[in-house]
Design a protein around this ligand. Structure first.
Ligand code: HSE
Length: 438
């Protein structure tokens, strides 16, 4: 059978990894796909640049439009990242009747609804496994493997850079900036590492996971997003003393009022498997009503790990080339006409427990005052730790864990606590999730 011809947009880390894995495993891949998968054409910024892969047999161009308009190309693989140019090229590829595979989380999170509508109108496929958690086949797991379940919630460590920073700060007492510089040198961090440390990259991925899990259209702007830049070594140590680890999580949870969709640093009990996912590794815990909790772990970035997901999508697309469009797996797991625009619950209404750390005057009545403010806001305290004052200091760190409460009630309580003349500065507030799978 005639090979499926692929056009690559971008031949950097992931593109190079894709060429290498296809070269190495090509025979087995064609036995799986039913025909050979051949990279025919690739768009690069600099044709002369040395690459991690052998480009012989691939026509190179500096104009990506050459690739998306090449009549000989069946499938366009978009690996250039970013949103504007990528959106234009993917839209043009679809208009040309080509199937698309992309690793671009921002593109799908921000423009996925339009891209999928255009693809449906044209009867082509858009596959995006590599956009979330690198090599972990989490989109396929939720969309197909867990299709019999009503997904109740999912929680994921979906940014390797943030996880690497938190892991190294905890294990080796390294500073935030030092670890971030290493993540950049290792090639895991985004072109703009603010996307990693401010939670935007994780939010792109969570938006996609939430849509696939709950069958709702993509709505990136509705997510609550908080990064890891405010986390101090002190919080990592106190969390550990209380039996928790701080992880940067993306959480999507079905509630009676809609779905919670939030990305933020989170204390999770140290005995949870998710708490022990370290370094640049990713993991997503998915709770289905029938299967219970399932944990999906693996490399969230890297040339061949991400290529693994790109090639799995290529195989899926090649297998489905002769399938009628209406019989293919829907982009967001649910049939397009069956999507439900479930509201995202406003952050003030979300229900979670809290870790609080404040600088309190070391004098009688201060703990009672804080406890009384919390009590009058309906907040129940689970644990309190007060450290002895350093020699000569008149203030002490006061750490509290609370039972779950609505975020709005906590906001009110914190405003009152911060207004106390016995508390200095802002209260550090981190959310706590049990993730017990019950
Ligand atoms: N910057 C991302 C991360 C790369 O650190 O996880 C994979 O999307």
């Amino acid at each position: 059978m005639k090979p499926a011809n692929v056009g690559l947009l971008g031949l950097g880390t992931v593109g190079g990894g894709t060429v290498n894995v296809l070269a190495r495993n090509g025979e087995e891949i064609s036995r799986r796909a039913g025909r050979a998968v051949r990279i025919a054409h690739a768009a690069v910024r600099d044709v002369a640049k040395p690459r991690i892969c052998d480009t012989s047999g691939i026509a190179l161009t500096t104009d990506p439009v050459d690739v998306v308009r090449n009549d000989g190309v069946d499938i366009v693989v978009e690996l250039i990242g970013g949103t504007e140019l990528a959106y234009e090229l993917v839209s043009e590829a679809i208009a040309q009747g080509k199937h698309v595979v992309t690793a671009n989380k921002a593109l799908i999170a921000l423009h996925g609804n339009e891209v999928f509508a255009a693809a449906r109108a044209k009867g082509v496929m858009v596959a995006f496994e590599a956009a979330v958690a690198g090599g972990i086949p989490i989109i396929k797991a939720i969309r197909e493997g867990l299709a019999g379940n009503r997904i109740e919630w999912l929680a994921g460590i979906i940014n390797g850079t943030a996880n690497f920073i938190l892991s190294e700060m905890r294990d080796k007492s390294r500073t935030f900036d030092d670890v971030l510089a290493e993540a950049q040198a290792l090639g895991f961090a985004e072109a703009d590492p603010a996307f990693d440390v401010q939670g935007i990259d994780a939010a792109h991925k969570l938006a996609i996971l939430g849509s696939v899990a709950f069958g709702k259209p993509l709505d990136f702007d509705a997510l609550y997003v908080e990064g890891i830049t405010a986390i101090t070594p002190l919080d990592i140590t106190f969390a550990e003393q209380l039996g928790y680890r701080i992880k940067h999580l993306g959480l999507a949870r079905r509630t009676g009022e809609g779905v919670e969709m939030r990305v933020h640093p989170t204390l999770i009990p140290e005995r949870r498997l998710l708490a022990n996912v370290n370094g640049v590794m990713n993991a997503v815990l998915v709770k289905g009503d029938a299967v219970g909790a399932t944990l999906h772990y693996g490399a969230g970035a890297g040339a061949e790990a991400t290529a693994s997901a790109v090639i799995a999508d290529l195989v899926d697309v090649v297998r489905a080339l002769s399938t009628a469009p209406g019989n293919r797996v829907p982009h967001l797991a649910f049939q397009a006409e069956q999507m439900a625009d479930v509201p995202v619950v406003p952050m003030a209404q979300t229900l979670t427990a809290y870790y609080l750390r404040m600088q309190a005057d070391d004098r009688p009545g201060v703990l009672a005052e804080v406890a009384s403010i919390l009590a009058s806001n309906g907040i129940s305290i689970e644990a309190v730790v007060q450290k002895e004052a350093k020699a000569g200091a008149s203030q002490v760190p006061l750490i509290m864990l609370t039972h779950p409460v609505r975020e709005g009630q906590m906001d009110d309580a914190l405003a009152r606590i911060e207004a106390s003349k016995h508390i200095s500065g802002a209260v550090m507030r981190l959310r706590v999730e049990a993730l017990d799978g019950d």
